[in-house]
Ligand binder design. Structure first.
Ligand code: APR
Length: 237
């Protein structure tokens, strides 16, 4: 393997599964019998605001009873010790990477602990229930929505992510089904930039064929082992 300096890591719901947060497409991933694709849309918010706010209010509340697991901690350790460029791009809207101590990371699909004002566009820290109709800290209107990128909306920070992918020597995808674009296409951008590509997932994903290597198993075992291997190999290079 060529010398690795720049790393991009993509994470999905699978990395938080062992912390107790349900994945989107697993057996417990339905909400009131509906698929996420039917709930997490601007149209659903307009048609049934209560249902959509309740979905996210319950997920926000669930954050209070979960902790980062060994996979989040291993990535935070890598972030703290990796001398080259590193970017953790998470599709997750939980805060478990931050709570584990990761610094070089971004939330491309938004965050549960943030609100977005539909009236003035203000994004602000938010920890309560949106169903209660809180007001925007900037404009005072009560048109807050979850600061979540719905289906059909543009993910955050795409330019920064693409720049990092174009410079990557190694791209690692962890705990994601590869069902949702643009994240599902990151592996192809990384390969175009001649990066090595590695997938760590419980099951083969829709994108497995695009990776140089896929390792199957739970993130809490695979991620610490991979981080250890990477830091050991790079130290002896
Ligand atoms: N360790 C590793 N991988 C796991 C584990 C685990 N313990 N448990 C489940 N997985 C894997 C599953 O095999 C699956 O491939 O995690 C993946 C989770 O897939 P999804 O539920 O589709 O979640 P994700 O890929 O993050 O979804 C992408 O879809 O609904 C939207 O915006 C939402 O960010 C989300 C996006």
């Amino acid at each position: 393997m060529a010398e690795i300096e720049n790393i991009v890591i993509l994470t999905g719901a699978g990395i938080s599964a062992e912390s107790g947060l349900a994945t989107f497409r697993g057996p417990d991933g339905l909400w009131e019998g509906r698929r996420v694709e039917e709930i997490c849309t601007p149209e659903a918010l307009a048609a049934d605001r209560g249902l959509v706010l309740d979905f996210y209010d319950q997920r926000r509340r669930a954050l209070g009873s979960v902790e980062p697991n060994a996979a989040h901690k291993a990535l935070a350790f890598l972030d703290a010790h990796w001398p080259g460029e590193l970017l953790i791009v998470t599709q997750n809207v939980d805060d478990l990477h931050e709570r584990a101590g990761a610094g070089r990371m971004l939330h491309m699909h938004g965050e549960l602990l943030s609100s977005l004002c539909a009236s003035c566009g203000e994004r602000a820290d938010f920890g309560g229930d949106m169903i209660d109709g809180p007001r925007c800290v900037a404009c005072g209107q009560n048109e807050l929505r979850p600061d979540i990128v719905f289906f059909g909306e543009m993910p955050y920070e795409m330019e920064r992510i693409e720049r990092a992918l174009m410079r990557a020597d190694l791209f690692v995808s962890i705990g994601t089904s590869g069902a949702v674009y643009p994240a599902a296409g990151f592996v192809q951008i990384a390969r175009h930039a001649s990066a090595e590509t590695l997938e760590l997932n419980l099951d083969p994903s829709a994108g497995s064929v695009y990776f140089h290597e896929t390792r199957l198993g739970p993130a809490s075992a695979l991620v610490p082992a991979w981080v250890d291997e990477l830091l050991t190999t790079s130290a002896s290079a």
